[in-house]
Design a protein around this ligand. Structure first.
Ligand code: FAD
Length: 358
């Protein structure tokens, strides 16, 4: 259903294929963001998407809506208020006991019912575990196009131009859903900037009932077991990250990354090569198949700067690279470069910061 093209082509340019938006879909208007929340907290990716939704909607001259679904005893109105602060004009709220705790069936029904009734032209979700699961089933149920893991969203004509890496990250492609509505996309946390919050903004609430009972749902939520490791590693939203790569040579040397991170109060990141070598947990991988990060400071030690790593960290405010090879690709986009042996440079930095910070 989605049409891949770079440069983006308009409907008329597709030889022989019917890409004109059917008349009955032209009434689809507005940009929606699914507001993902869990245990009383909204996933910040929803607000990052709200900022993008605002930009897209302003280009289209339409309004932005948040979709908040959950149990009757959850603070859904407070989430709606936050949604306004981050750029929404309206919020669609669906409350039902069966929506307490995410399950695919009731959330898919709820979101598809809302879409069928209120007809948005664009629907955005976070590329999180929940967002990926929900987006796929909603797109399939609605019979529309979904572009996953986008790195850029734009408007071309009236169509959503959703850009994402392809061919192992070596190319970017722009995908448009030309003949179906809504146009759906998921975006990973931290790919988009967090918009400025404006608590003076307000909006209105549209409530809709789900119309499902517990016995309609096959999946049962028995208990919640937090993943201790996942909950302690907060790479995506860390302010400072010290990352290590294959240039560190072995697990013992990788401890130098930990030591600097400890002194700076930073998180530890790693390249895929370092993770595959067993020097760091999967959760610490930065890059195309790992986490996207946007820290204030990213220190890269023994990292070549391959494109698949770069796409995950180039949004950092300041990148400092330590590499023995003056021609390493990372020096092409690092703000500060230290040509040197990381096993010597890291302890010097650790000692210097320790003297100043402790
Ligand atoms: P290398 O490329 O081996 O670089 C090591 C660097 O260390 C070199 O530049 C070298 O000059 C330097 N060095 C050597 N000795 C020292 C020293 N003593 N001190 C300082 N520097 C030294 N990679 C990711 O990181 N994240 C991803 O999400 C990811 N996803 C991928 C997805 C796909 C589909 C594919 C095909 C690849 C992916 N990769 C990913 C792998 C990526 O292509 C690179 O192979 C990887 O990033 C390289 O890791 P590295 O920089 O640690 O190792």
């Amino acid at each position: 259903m989605s049409e891949a093209a770079k440069p983006a082509a308009r409907p008329a340019a597709r030889g022989g294929r019917n890409t004109e938006l059917p008349e009955h879909l032209k009434c689809y208007k507005g940009v929606w963001v699914f507001v993902e929340h869990d245990r009383g907290h909204v996933n910040p990716v929803s607000w990052e998407l709200m900022g993008e939704a605002r930009k897209l909607a302003d280009k289209l001259g339409v309004e932005v809506s948040g979709v908040v679904m959950g149990g009757p005893d959850e603070t859904l109105d407070a989430f709606a208020k936050e949604a306004y602060a981050y750029g929404a004009d309206h919020c669609y709220i669906m409350r039902d006991p069966v929506l307490k705790g995410y399950r695919n069936e009731p959330f898919t029904k709820g979101l598809t019912d809302l879409v069928n009734k209120y007809q948005p032209e664009i629907l955005l979700l976070g590329a999180t575990t929940m967002g990926r699961d929900l987006a796929g089933s909603v797109a399939t149920t609605l019979g529309t196009g979904l572009t996953a893991d986008c790195t850029e969203l734009n408007i071309d004509g009236r169509a959503l131009a959703a850009t994402r890496p392809t061919f192992g990250g070596s190319l970017l492609c722009t995908i448009m859903t030309l003949a179906y509505r809504p146009q759906m996309a998921t975006v990973r946390p931290r790919v988009m900037r967090m918009p400025r919050r404006d608590d003076t903004r307000t909006g209105d609430i549209i409530e809709m009932a789900l119309g499902m009972v517990e016995t309609d749902i096959v999946t049962k939520l028995l208990s919640f077991i937090p993943d201790a490791e996942r909950n302690t590693i907060n790479l995506a939203y860390a302010d400072i990250i010290v990352s290590g790569g294959k240039g560190l040579k072995n697990a013992d040397n990788f401890k130098l990354v930990w030591e600097l991170a400890r002194v700076l109060g930073a998180e530890v990141g790693a390249t895929r090569a370092a993770v595959q070598a067993g020097w760091a947990e999967n959760e610490r991988q930065v890059g195309q198949t790992g986490k996207t990060v946007r820290p204030r400071l990213y220190i890269a030690a023994g990292i070549s700067g391959a494109i698949q790593h770069r796409v995950g960290m180039e949004g950092a405010d300041v990148i400092v690279a330590i590499n023995t090879d003056p021609n390493a690709p990372i020096f092409d986009f690092a703000h500060y470069g230290i040509v040197g042996n990381a096993m010597q440079v890291l302890p010097v930095l650790t000692q210097a910061f320790r003297t100043h910070l402790e």
